[in-house]
Design a protein around this ligand. Structure first.
Ligand SMILES: NC(=O)c1ccc[n+]([C@@H]2O[C@H](COP(=O)([O-])OP(=O)(O)OC[C@H]3O[C@@H](n4cnc5c(N)ncnc54)[C@H](O)[C@@H]3O)[C@@H](O)[C@H]2O)c1
Length: 254
């Protein structure tokens, strides 16, 4: 018996999905296996195109810096021209920066907030009109355990603030867009092994982190991709405004 395809015929936009070992790329691969056609948005056009081509010829890459509303609008319009629809949006693009409170200057604050939080607003604003036309859609946004526990692993307070902002923005979008059949949810991953943290964790720190993870391993990109798949597919059709932890039990709520 063949595995069921949870996103058959759907068109999915995934931001920040050109990094080969990243969560966005893993999500693109998993979604493609489940029958979706993927529009990969990232900073570099050729990297985005190469990433899309590595999954299969029916997928496409687009240049889109999510900090620019114009870039988001142009890329979303091009996806509609190319594929005829947008059914799923994964707001995944993000950056982090290790900094202590007193070391956060204005430029760092702006950069971290712009990519992680304003980027979610920009890309959602670019895609939602098309979803409204289609009378439905699923949006899933990338937050972090950092938003819930106040950082403490790699990102500084500005990263925690940005990712906490994503939770509020997504919940407000869920409330506003429900009547249009558009669901909006978030994931809050713990420590996932990707290029964002590669080489930045000493063996001691790693041991310390593992001691606090009941599942006793760090996460891998597919762990998060699976949560995005669930939130994007019709099997989660009555779930909106929710937050799914993908953290191996690092943070278990009371
Ligand atoms: N890895 C973790 O432990 C972890 C944990 C929680 C949340 N996250 C979040 O997951 C998301 C993906 O991160 P990752 O770990 O796969 O890292 P990554 O660095 O591999 O991927 C991030 C991607 O976002 C792209 N990007 C950066 N700025 C962009 C912009 N302005 N416009 C468009 N694309 C942009 C990068 O080019 C890259 O492809 C990020 O939002 C990150 O904050 C990661």
């Amino acid at each position: 018996m063949s595995e069921s395809r949870l996103l058959d015929g759907k068109v999915a936009v995934i931001s920040g999905a050109a990094s080969p070992r990243g969560i966005g790329m893993a999500t693109a691969r998993m979604f493609a296996k489940h029958g979706a056609r993927i529009a990969i948005f990232d900073l570099d056009l050729s990297a985005a195109r190469d990433a899309a081509a590595s999954i299969g010829p029916e997928h496409r890459g687009y240049v889109c810096d999510v900090t620019s509303r114009e870039a988001c609008e142009a890329a979303a319009q091009q996806v509609v021209a190319d594929f005829g629809a947008i059914d799923v949006l994964i707001n995944n693009a993000g950056i982090t920066q290790a900094a202590r409170l007193l070391d956060i200057d204005s430029a760092s604050w702006d950069r971290v907030l712009d990519v992680n939080l304003r980027g979610v607003l920009n890309l959602s604003q670019a895609v939602v009109p098309q979803m409204k036309k289609q009378q439905g859609g699923a949006i899933a946004c990338m937050s972090s355990v950092s938003a819930q526990r106040g950082g403490g692993i790699l990102g500084g307070p500005h990263y925690s603030a940005a990712k906490a902002g994503v939770l509020g923005l997504a919940k407000a979008m869920a409330r506003e867009l429900g009547n249009d059949g558009i669901r909006v949810n978030c994931v809050t991953p713990g420590l996932i092994q990707t290029d964002i943290n590669a080489g930045k964790i000493s063996d001691d720190k790693r041991g310390e982190i593992l001691a606090g993870i009941p599942l006793n391993r760090l996460g891998v990109p597919d762990d998060v991709a699976g949560a995005f798949l669930f939130l994007s597919a019709p099997i989660s059709s009555y779930i909106t405004g929710a937050v799914i932890d993908v953290n191996g039990g690092m943070l278990i709520h009371g």
